[in-house]
Design a protein around this ligand. Structure first.
Ligand code: COA
Ligand code: MG
Length: 274
């Protein structure tokens, strides 16, 4: 999976559009994009969408945070319709994921950087079991939690606390053996800026990205699909090691390659195959 598109589940129009689009996964949002008074409508529409015949697009539901008292009603509405997974906002640690898995019996993607305390617990997701699919991060709720006046500098780049959240999310996900999923790019009219952020994310090891607008999907899908050149190079690296009798280190095109390069090449080929 490369692209996850959030859609406010109380909007029939947006639901229709999202389901007809090219996102690898759609997240039916019951949380922050839906006003409290509209939660029942959003739950009902989400259930309807899940109950309809489905294609290959994965359908997730973002429930309300465990501290809100709303999660139970969210789950009552959607679990029987078997979403492909849940998105847990404001996850504070692996224990929150385990709690949701116990409540729902469904796979989970956790948004793991939305509270101050959560940043100290990015190393706790390793024992959540196979139900934890991925970790992602977010900077809007975190900014509110930190009492920040802004979370970007004059050039639009995330400031220190949010760079830290991003880094800890990536490392926490890799340490837990789950997918690191990059956060949303909020400025949905700026596709050039989105493109830069996607390349940075792929460079650093993220394998997918959250989206908030249909226009973002094509960019994300394109950049998160390993390029033919990258795949060809990975094959050459694996072949070169094999031809060298599985040596520890080889030279290829004037560059030294050792075990980490071989591992990265194999991981890329496994991603493409899977
Ligand atoms: N999913 C599906 N359809 C969407 C969409 C989304 N996330 N965002 C916009 N659209 C639709 C619009 O309804 C509109 O449809 P139309 O052409 O049939 O009229 C079309 O795409 C173009 O939308 P646009 O006018 O550019 O944006 P907007 O002003 O209608 O909406 C947002 C802007 C930010 C409100 C909207 O993109 C949105 O709701 N995003 C998701 C927010 C969310 O879920 N947040 C929580 C996670 S951070
Ligand atoms: Mg939020």
């Amino acid at each position: 999976m490369r692209s996850f598109l959030f859609v406010p589940a109380d909007s029939e129009k947006k639901l229709r559009k999202a389901l007809g689009g090219a996102a690898d996964a759609v997240i039916l949002d019951l949380e922050d994009s839906v006003a409290l008074a509209d939660k029942p409508k959003a739950r009902a529409l989400a259930r309807e969408v899940l109950a309809a015949p489905r294609g290959s697009m994965k359908l997730f539901v973002r429930v309300n945070a465990l501290t809100t008292g709303l999660t139970g009603d969210d789950l009552d509405a959607v679990t029987a319709a078997a979403p492909d997974g849940l998105v847990l906002p404001k996850s504070e640690s692996g224990a929150d994921v385990k709690r949701l898995v116990e409540m729902a019996g469904l796979p989970v993607v956790a948004i793991a950087t939305e509270t101050a305390a959560s940043l100290f617990n990015l190393g706790t997701y390793g024992d959540c079991g196979p139900e934890l699919l991925g970790l992602t991060w977010g900077m809007e709720d975190l900014a509110a939690a930190l009492g920040a006046q802004a979370n970007r500098d004059a050039l639009g780049r995330p400031t220190g606390p949010y760079e830290l959240a991003r880094t800890l999310c990536l490392i926490g996900a890799r340490a837990a053996g789950v997918e690191p999923i990059d956060a949303v790019y909020a400025n949905f009219r700026d596709l050039a800026g989105l493109e830069v952020q996607c390349h940075d994310a792929v460079r650093d090891g993220f394998t997918a990205k959250m989206c908030i607008h249909p226009d973002q999907i094509d960019v994300v899908n394109r950049i998160f699909t390993p390029s033919p050149e990258a795949v060809a190079r990975a094959r050459r690296i694996v072949d070169a090691f094999a031809q060298a009798g599985d040596a520890g280190v080889i030279g290829l095109d004037g560059e030294m390659l050792d075990v980490p390069h071989l591992k990265a090449a194999k991981a890329l080929l496994a991603r493409v195959a899977g």
